[in-house]
Write a protein that binds this ligand. Structure first.
Ligand code: FAD
Length: 454
């Protein structure tokens, strides 16, 4: 029985004694079986501070969670109160300043639509219902990334509650070390209550995807690679093998057949976009072509990511160089002949501003790699989970000869040490921030940093 006597919040606090406990503790990623001591559905910074202070007095830990997209990486919560921020959804756009204040539970699509009303755009990734805060704290690899860099480096201030239970606003001048750590180092240093973001002046752009038969194979991936090497920073793209399940929600022509998809966002006019994409249209007759001039908020849906909770297991690798050999290896392990049990295996294009040191950067400045590879499977049964994990390991091993050092925080979906993701000097600096702001290790997070790393 969880005793929570003395914890007073505006929002609800759920415990294992509640009849809806399983729903209360569930994460967006249904593969995560979270078992915290309690779940606090906070409604503001005062609630967060009350939960953090209560946890400290009781010798418990806390963990922040917006949606649970990253919940598999979070690890055990046996002695933690899970702070769910889904009731804190306000998004306030200042059109003149081109900024937004985004509360901790707001979703990417909600931010995108609020910015769109003012002819502005956030830096969205592929998922409409990912949490803006978790996505941004882990970097924020996005459709405009080669032009504007990682989303974390367009944060100008952060409202948070410290491990000591104190509400503060941090920025480049005030508590600059904490501000630095949270921008790309994940959420292990404080509980964020809101982000202040710079928006970009894009109202619409040319974006979409070609869905092609996967049988086009290595030749098409090589042609894509050559095309991607030449495009300007205004273009960011993703190529992937995709095998959608045989369920009615999937349109019939795409159901249960191996696909090769090439998605891209091209900043500029329709005519410029059409010209940029033209060489890709020559690869073969598409099963579907979704390219067009779209409102910027539509970027969230270009990749057609699921918009409801699903179970997912993933693994990733940074790819130094996508040589012909690397493409053959990738197609062999993930293409139509591979027998892969994965939903998808993709290569997301880096380079441009994603590969250059960002001005005033946080813990993630840029990535020194050409692509990031991500594999994801849907484990509907434990047996499928085992087969998926084995295949993810094989894919990782197959691509290792072309792998770059380190990883990308947000795609590190397995629980694991931050030292395998971020460079040693970044980890040491993060360790110092942890030692200063959370010496007792109160705040749990995916890929948490220990003060001992300092
Ligand atoms: C379908 C899908 C598509 C994705 N696409 C992209 C993409 O295009 N680009 C990209 O970069 N990533 C992408 N990701 C990865 C995603 O950004 C990470 O999983 C991210 O952590 C999710 O944030 P969340 O808040 O939704 O998830 P959560 O699981 O709620 O949060 C993840 C972590 O963020 C921290 N956190 C969240 N809220 C708070 C808070 N209030 N205070 C302190 N810490 C907090 C915690 O450490 C938490 O464990 C994708 C993931 C999925 C499942």
């Amino acid at each position: 029985m969880t005793e929570l006597t003395g914890l007073s919040t505006t929002g609800r606090v759920a415990t294992p004694n509640d009849s809806d406990w399983d729903a209360a503790r569930a994460a967006w990623n249904l593969a995560a079986d979270q078992q915290p001591r309690a779940v606090a559905f906070v409604e503001g910074a005062d609630d967060v501070a009350a939960v953090v202070r209560f946890a400290a007095e009781e010798g418990l830990q806390v963990a922040g969670q917006g949606t649970g997209h990253g919940a598999v990486a979070l690890g055990p919560l046996d002695d933690a109160i899970l702070i769910k921020t889904e009731r804190m959804r306000a998004v306030d756009v200042d059109a003149d300043a081109r900024t937004a204040r985004v509360e901790a539970g707001a979703l990417a699509q909600e931010l995108g639509e609020a910015a769109q009303e003012h002819g502005l755009c956030s830096l969205p990734g592929s998922s409409p219902d990912v949490g803006v805060v978790g996505y941004t704290l882990g970097g924020g690899l996005n459709w405009l990334g080669r032009r504007y860099g990682f989303a974390c480096n367009r944060v100008n201030a952060i409202d948070l509650v410290t491990a000591g239970g104190e509400a503060r606003r941090v920025d480049a001048e005030t508590d600059a070390d904490l501000f630095w750590a949270l921008r790309g180092g994940g959420g292990g240093y404080a509980i964020v209550t809101a982000l202040h973001l710079d928006l970009v002046p894009i109202a619409e752009l040319y974006a979409g995807a070609l869905l092609l038969p996967a049988e086009l194979g290595a030749d098409a991936v090589r042609a894509y690679r050559d095309w991607a090497t030449d495009v300007p920073d205004e273009v960011t793209s993703i190529v992937r093998f995709l095998h959608l399940p045989p369920i009615p929600e999937v349109p019939e022509p795409l159901r249960d057949r191996p696909l090769l998809t090439i998605g891209a966002a091209c900043i500029g006019s329709q005519a410029e976009g059409e010209e940029t994409i033209a060489p890709l249209r020559e690869l073969g007759e598409p099963i579907m072509d979704t390219f067009g001039q779209i409102p910027a908020a539509g970027l969230n849906r270009v990749h057609m990511d699921p918009e409801q909770p699903v179970p997912g297991l993933g693994h990733h690798e940074l790819i130094r160089e996508l040589s012909d050999d690397a493409i053959d290896a990738f197609v062999g392990a993930a293409g139509p002949e591979s027998g892969s049990p994965l939903l998808l295996a993709e290569l997301r294009q880096l380079g441009g501003a994603l590969g250059r040191p960002a001005e005033g950067a946080g813990a993630l400045s840029h990535l020194d790699a050409a692509f990031v590879m991500l594999g994801v499977g849907l484990p509907m049964t434990p047996e499928m989970g085992e087969a998926i994990d084995r295949h993810l390991d094989d894919l990782h091993e197959t691509m290792a000869p072309w792998g770059a050092e380190g990883g990308y925080f947000n795609f590190a979906e397995r629980p694991g040490e931050v030292e395998t993701i971020l460079p040693p000097e970044t980890c040491a600096r993060l360790g110092e921030v942890k030692r200063r702001w959370d010496p007792e290790g109160m705040i749990q997070a995916n890929h948490a940093v220990s003060p001992a790393l300092a």
